[in-house]
Structure formats: structure tokens, C-alpha cells
Ligand binder design. Structure first.
Ligand SMILES: [Zn+2]
Length: 244
């Protein structure tokens, strides 16, 4: 189809083809969006799972540290116990006094350690509450994700069905193109997709805004096939501008 062809093509058919092409593009982009949305939602779940893991690890380390202090306290208390036994059998006043001082110092150190252990358990309580809260958050997010996935799946299923319907409709409309134009159409659609078609806007191509000559306008009004000299789109008159 060169620009001086006089082959006629229905503006209504071109309008219909363009409308269906646009619907198809729209449905395809919606279908591409679905998996991306699911991926983003799954990433949010994974992120929270990692946070819960970190929280559990912090708790585990705090418990280990507290247990260690407990053991330390136990062995120090045992040592004080030993010193007391020694005290009872002290051979001299000097030994007695030295043992007394040692016991007093150890007991003071043990008190400090006991305080530290109490603090450690308070910290563990706080960490446990934090972890429980995070686990609940995670459970909620997992539920939301599952719900989201099923909604998106359902939407995708519907969109896929719509796409199949639109493609059948498109094939049917394309079959109505006169054969020489069909060849040209297939070639342009292959490279430009829905931009293979463009409505006339004023006296310009609606695809690229190239001014059209009055000769081109006349041919369009005569219902002849006209391609934009700039972008190559097959042009058609909008519904409110009828073919003579
Ligand atoms: Zn154009």
C-alpha cells in the first residue's frame, strides 16, 4: 500500500481494530503486573521473616549470657561455702581475718553478679515480648499475602480469559481487511504494535502530529487507505467525521 493507492478501507473497521489493539495492550500490561505485585508482596514477607529470625537470635544470645552468669554465680557461691568451712577450722587469727575479708569481698562481688542476672532476665522478658509481637506481625502478613496471591490469581485468570476473547475478536476484525491492506497491516503491526494505527486529529496524524496535506485529507474522506508520511501509521477518521 503506497501512499498513492486508491484501495478503499473502512474507517470503522480501522477504528475497531485500533480499539481492540489498545484493549489487548492494556490487558497484556495488567497481566504482566500480577506476578510483579506477588513478588513484591512475597519480598515483604521474607523481610519480616528475617527480622523475626534476628529477634530470635538476639533472644537466644541473651539467654545464653544469662545462663552463663547463673553458672558463674553458682560456682562463686560454692567457693564462698568452701571459704566458710575453712573459716571454721582457721588455724590462726591472721588466717581467720584473711578468710573473713575474702568472704566479704566475694559476697559483694556475688551481689553485683546477682543484680546483673536480674537485669539480664528483664532484658530477656523484653526480647521475648518483642519476638512474640514480630511473630504475630509475620503471621498477619503471611495471611495477607496468601489472600493477595489468591486475589491476583483470580484477577489474572479473568484477564487471561478477556485477553483470549479480545484476541479472537481482533483476528475476526483483521480478516475483514482487504487482502493487500492486510499484508501491509500485518507488517506494520509486527513492528509497531498498536501504533500501527492512528486517528486523524484535526488535520494531523494522531500518532505523531504530522500535518496532513489537503490531498491526504481528501483521500481519507473518500475512504481510501492513507498512511502517515512521517510515522507510517494507517490513519482513520474519527467517528464524528464521516467518510463521504
Ligand atoms: Zn504519524
Amino acid at each position: 500500500m503506497s501512499s498513492d493507492t486508491s484501495i478503499k478501507v473502512s474507517a470503522e473497521l480501522l477504528r475497531t481494530l485500533h480499539r481492540i489493539q489498545r484493549q489487548r495492550t492494556d490487558l497484556k500490561s495488567q497481566l504482566e503486573r500480577g506476578p510483579r505485585q506477588i513478588q513484591a508482596s512475597a519480598a515483604m514477607v521474607a523481610e519480616l521473616e528475617a527480622t523475626v529470625g534476628e529477634s530470635q537470635e538476639k533472644l537466644r544470645k541473651a539467654k545464653m549470657a544469662a545462663d552463663e552468669k547463673q553458672l558463674q554465680l553458682k560456682s562463686r557461691e560454692d567457693r564462698v561455702q568452701q571459704l566458710r568451712i575453712k573459716l571454721n577450722s582457721a588455724a590462726s587469727n591472721r588466717e581467720y581475718t584473711a578468710l573473713k575479708e575474702q568472704i566479704a569481698a566475694d559476697e559483694q562481688a556475688n551481689e553485683v553478679l546477682s543484680d546483673e542476672i536480674l537485669e539480664a532476665y528483664e532484658r530477656i522478658d523484653g526480647l521475648e515480648a518483642e519476638r512474640t509481637e514480630l511473630q504475630e506481625q509475620l503471621k498477619r502478613r503471611q495471611e495477607e499475602h496468601a489472600e493477595f496471591v489468591s486475589t491476583v490469581d483470580e484477577t489474572m485468570k479473568q484477564k487471561s480469559e478477556s485477553l483470549a476473547r479480545v484476541e479472537a475478536e481482533l483476528a475476526e476484525a483483521e480478516d475483514q481487511l482487504p487482502p493487500p491492506i492486510r499484508l501491509e497491516y500485518d507488517r506494520i503491526v509486527g513492528t509497531r504494535g498498536e501504533e500501527a494505527l492512528a486517528p486523524v486529529e484535526g488535520e494531523t496524524c494522531g500518532g505523531c502530529y504530522q500535518m496532513l496535506t489537503s490531498q491526504m485529507m481528501n483521500r481519507l474522506y473518500l475512504g481510501q487507505a492513507v498512511r502517515c508520511p512521517a510515522c507510517g501509521a494507517m490513519m482513520y477518521l474519527p467517528e464524528d467525521r464521516t467518510v463521504r
